[in-house]
Ligand binder design. Sequence first.
Ligand code: SAM
Ligand code: FES
Length: 361
Amino acid sequence: MTSIKELIDRLYKEGDLVDESLVHIIENISEEDRTHLYAKALDKKNQFYQDTVYMRGLIEFTNYCKQNCDYCGIRGKNDKVDRYRLSKEAILHCCEEGHALGYRTFVLQGGEDPFYTDEVLVDLIESIKKSYPDSAITLSIGERSYESYEKLKKAGVDRYLLRHETASKSLYESLHPNMSFENRRRCLSDLKKLGYQVGAGFMVGLPGQTSADLAEDLRFLKTLEPEMIGIGPYIPHEETPLKGSTGGTVEQTLVMVALTRLMLPKALLPSTTAMGTLDPKGREKALKAGANVVMPNLSPTDVREKYELYKDKICTGDEAAHCRQCIEGRIKNAGFRVDMGRGDHVSIWGPSKASSLQIDW
Ligand code: SAM
Ligand code: FES
């Protein structure tokens, strides 16, 4: 029978395996095989992005949400949340501070907040683009119509993050009351059609999630080919219907990050805050397993704690400048180089950037 090490080597070479082999790796990987997998994933990442790690400035601009995802701390029905939304001026101020700190990508994330109509968002985005034409804007505000995504794209949004959360239809439906699996996929496909750089992704360790579900996540990503893929451990929150559940581990998540890197070598893979929450070295470990993006927080410190998706979320008290410095230090200590540029997907780089990194086209 083929060993797990041989399967990893085949995945490294061919970029795919049958689902049964993926499940076999996920279920039976040993400590020694894990070390091998992470080294192969890091090597694959280096072929396209060398030792660079891209920095994005994250602005969590609203914690209002009309949805009720069972795992999420800011779900609409959690009446213990102190709700906030940042004014246009406050958001622009975050961008100003971020730009001065060197950021050239702003990620605007929030719940599904009906206050943010297309009109409000278009005005906001045009203002950011006017002030910072050299910077990319990423939105992450959930499900909207094709027409809405189209208007936002025209206003200047470059990228959109919408995790598929889980590729298992039954698991998805059990966790998302009044939401539809098909609509989430429709959104991802619309975003692709409209020419966004698209981010999908999933949580690891959701209650009821099986290894076959995780293999399905990899299969879905391989088919969709998103430019960005956010993978993080599920971490329980006390004020949700899933309180008391176990949650995912750093090790399980690292395995999924590394397998994703081998299946989609060019993807931009963030080392998530959730990893840093579970393990003080979690983000460094993810970088060493093939991740190549970090998203330090630019939100004003007085709202940070209110955007509590899961318990004990880190960095809630730190100023933007402190976060940038802290993460930069971590990246360097882990042996990587910080890149403060826009950090686009390798497929849309111009020749100058490509030649500076000696990419083999
Ligand atoms: N509303 C937007 C959306 O639906 O894409 C973006 C905001 S949502 C809070 C961002 C991500 O947080 C989700 O895609 C989900 O994967 C993650 N998340 C929410 N609750 C979590 C939890 N308890 N543990 C880990 N990640 C969580
Ligand atoms: Fe809406 Fe989590 S349920 S952001």
